[in-house]
Design a binder for this molecule. Sequence first.
Ligand SMILES: Cc1cc2nc3c(=O)[nH]c(=O)nc-3n(C[C@H](O)[C@H](O)[C@H](O)COP(=O)(O)OP(=O)(O)OC[C@H]3O[C@@H](n4cnc5c(N)ncnc54)[C@H](O)[C@@H]3O)c2cc1C
Length: 400
Amino acid sequence: MKQHILIVGAGFGGVWSALSAARLLDQHGRSDVAISVLAPQAELRIRPRFYEPDVHQMKAPLGDLFKAVGVTFIQGAAEQIDVAGKRVSYTDAQGQRSDISYDRLVMAAGSGVWRPNIDGLNEHAFDVDQIESAARLEQHLKSLAELPESAARNTVVVAGGGFTGIETATEMPGRLRAILGADAKVRVIIVDRGAKIGAALGEGISPAIIEASEALGVEWRVNASVAGVDADGVTLADGERIEAKTVIWTVGVRASALTAQVPGERDGQGRLHVDRHLKVKGQEHVYATGDVAYAATDELGNFAVMSCQHAIVLGRHSGNNVAADLLGVEPTPYRQPKYVTCLDLGAWGAVYTEGWDRQVKLLRKEAKDLKTQINTTWIYPPAADRATALAAADPLIPIA
Ligand SMILES: Cc1cc2nc3c(=O)[nH]c(=O)nc-3n(C[C@H](O)[C@H](O)[C@H](O)COP(=O)(O)OP(=O)(O)OC[C@H]3O[C@@H](n4cnc5c(N)ncnc54)[C@H](O)[C@@H]3O)c2cc1C
């Protein structure tokens, strides 16, 4: 019987794991190891674009790609992970419960925004975390045009001034005007706990965030937090009331709850601690990748952050190494010392930085052109052509 690599999740980490495992098997001429990907949809959802309009388009089909490289897709959502029995139970698209066994498991179920217990948050706040929730926000924004003009109708409050909050907020003036009319008096306010604008992203990048916010009319409430949300706005912890028909929650992301079923150490975001080969520490047969892996990127104490930048490269390593483990060949240690950020700042442009201290290298249009290239080309899966796809999955491909 064939040995079996099971990958749970078809995001950036899962797709690149599948391709890189297939690549190593191909290189060794081995057809006695099967690779399966278990996920609710055979599509790569392009989460970094979920703050953009037409969000239903932000996905790429995976069926032909998986066929081209000999990966089996299983449609379903994993529910129980039995690491001792090496089995995963899942519910398929028809609602049937099934079990699948594995020789090696790759956890790649990603992450999700976490909603704390704040009055009215669940009922009234939107988010841009998953394609379904971002589509609900888009529908809501379109429906604002049917409401009579009011301050609340024209105001969006974005809770959280981190990466996702800033990208979402700086896009909003343009999105609102496209719906409400070019002359609409729109208001976008970021509410953030940090002491300064852009504090979460550091000193290097914050001047660009301040300049863009001023140019776009995006206001900030710093040292502030949301205490309650209702259908007509938010109340901040200091008692300030902001009338707003649209509140978008972007604070706090957690690894998939499935990680809790794998015994092992976890970081504050629920990510599983992994070794240099991305095997979960303390587990013989389980690897973790993408947003569920807490992985050192270098020897200086830096760790992967929840990002495509890391998920893609982690995926290329976890797939290669899980296959290497079964084949008995040398694994490739994960290392990704270069860290960059490219922050979209709406109609103002973008800012591109290098290094963990975020030294600004490109601004405005130049950075925006790079961001567009990243978001529309680089992070998409390769063509459904076996040779092209396997070549793209080499873990040693240099990172731009
Ligand atoms: C609005 C937004 C903007 C972002 N901007 C950037 C950016 O500019 N740059 C950047 O690098 N990163 C950005 N990110 C982060 C980036 O999208 C994630 O880090 C990346 O998607 C992680 O990849 P992943 O494969 O680990 O998880 P995901 O992409 O979340 O994929 C998880 C996969 O697991 C599947 N899954 C989940 N639960 C189960 C289950 N129970 N059973 C089976 N399958 C399951 C999902 O369906 C999906 O296929 C952004 C994210 C958001 C939301």
